[in-house]
Design a protein around this ligand. Structure first.
Ligand code: CS2
Ligand code: MN
Length: 365
């Protein structure tokens, strides 16, 4: 397991590289050029700038999250070819500094959705929260109307830029069925994977978060069956997934350890975190500890360990603790605690394996 840490860039992240350096066992940064709009190629000089910053602390930049996909690609519009060409150019530019994994998602319109970014937990910290009935009950057009007539109506995590084009996007997606979205994903992968193979970059599709349909938009990366289908769309080791335990795990039918065991050789990147699911389908992100949430993190880490996982892993989100002022889900403290919990499990499993091997060796002597 190669531990990495998400960093939003100089001037864009309150967490400093100096502090990240003090978290045990972090070898690289998960990064992106967040100001470049989806669909544009990332300039080499901007990439080199980040490389210089990372080099100063001895971090590698082998994992990018995300190179976002322009909506025209997801919609299957004729203009998609230009955006796909730009995507390829970004890949070639990233290969120049040794990028090995690109995490991306294929969710229409929105990335992750939550209804509260700072919901108090019993311990006095706050965390990202999803109230199912609030989103389930919302008709997309009603949502668009609401946004249009209530200037400050917004949902957490919605960038103003996207909101401006929301109505247009919803109308465009109303003509795209789930099957068409699959076709559009296939079209994209058929063009991108040969480039990934040539430049030795693994593509790692992130699950949809939450893993079910919202606002009547089609969703693909929500279940084990659908991951199987994705991996067959283009059957190459370079067509892989980011296995995000917290995203997929919000549906308790998704058995995360079983998925790891089935897909491990197509998981270049792991997001490992916990969350607590309530009976009504609401969920809140918790500390990583198994006892604090609905997911058994020990079983998840053990599944990776049993499979000899040698890919990259990050703690994904954390709570906001010790009065830290930070990006929702991306403070320093709880993610650092999460890393230590993951290492605690991993190192114990390593020690057990070593002991077992040495007792086999003694017996054979
Ligand atoms: C991430 C996602 O911050 C998060 O919630 O897990 O936004 C993730 O970065 C993207 O979906 C990947 O493209
Ligand atoms: Mn994730």
């Amino acid at each position: 397991m190669r531990m990495v840490f998400r960093w939003f860039g100089k001037g864009n992240d309150g967490v400093s590289l100096r502090h990240i350096k003090q978290i045990p066992g972090v070898e690289g940064l998960v990064w992106a050029l967040h100001d470049i709009p989806a669909g544009e190629a990332w300039p080499v000089d901007r990439i080199l700038e980040v490389k210089q910053q990372a080099d100063e602390y001895g971090f590698h930049l082998e994992v990018v999250e995300s190179v976002n996909i322009h909506d025209d690609i997801k919609l299957g519009l004729p203009s998609r070819d230009t955006y796909i060409e730009n995507y390829k150019q970004t890949m070639r530019n990233l290969a120049k500094i040794g990028v090995k994994v690109i995490c991306y998602n294929f969710m229409p319109v929105f990335d992750w959705v939550r209804t509260d970014l700072f919901k108090p937990l019993e311990d006095g910290s706050t965390a990202l929260f999803y109230e199912k009935s609030k989103v389930d009950g919302m008709d997309p057009l009603e949502l668009v109307e609401k946004i249009a007539h209530t200037p400050d109506f917004t949902m957490p995590g919605w960038e103003p830029e996207r909101l401006k084009s929301l109505k247009k996007l919803f109308i465009a997606y109303s003509n795209v069925s789930t099957e068409q979205l699959w076709d559009n994903l296939k079209y994209f992968l058929e063009q991108i994977i040969p480039v990934a193979e040539e430049y030795d970059i693994k593509m790692a599709l992130h699950p949809d978060d939450p893993p079910w349909e919202i606002f009547e938009l089609p969703r693909l990366m929500i279940s084990r069956e659908n991951i199987r289908r994705l991996l067959k769309l283009v059957d190459s080791p370079y067509n892989g997934i980011t296995l995000c335990s917290g995203s997929l795990g919000a549906n308790h039918q998704n058995d995360i350890p079983a998925m790891i065991r089935e897909f491990h050789d197509r998981i270049p990147f792991a997001h490992i975190r916990n969350l607590k699911i309530y009976e009504n389908g609401d969920f809140i992100e918790t500390s990583h500890r198994s006892q604090d949430g609905s997911l058994n993190l020990y079983e998840i880490v053990k599944a990776y360990h049993d499979c000899g996982f040698n890919g990259y892993a990050r703690p994904d989100h954390g709570r906001h603790i010790w009065d830290e002022k930070c990006r929702p889900g991306y403070g320093l403290y709880d993610r650092a605690l999460g890393i230590m919990y993951l290492w605690g499990i991993w190192d114990s499993l390593e020690a057990i394996k070593k002991e077992a091997n040495s007792s086999i060796n003694t017996k054979t002597i």
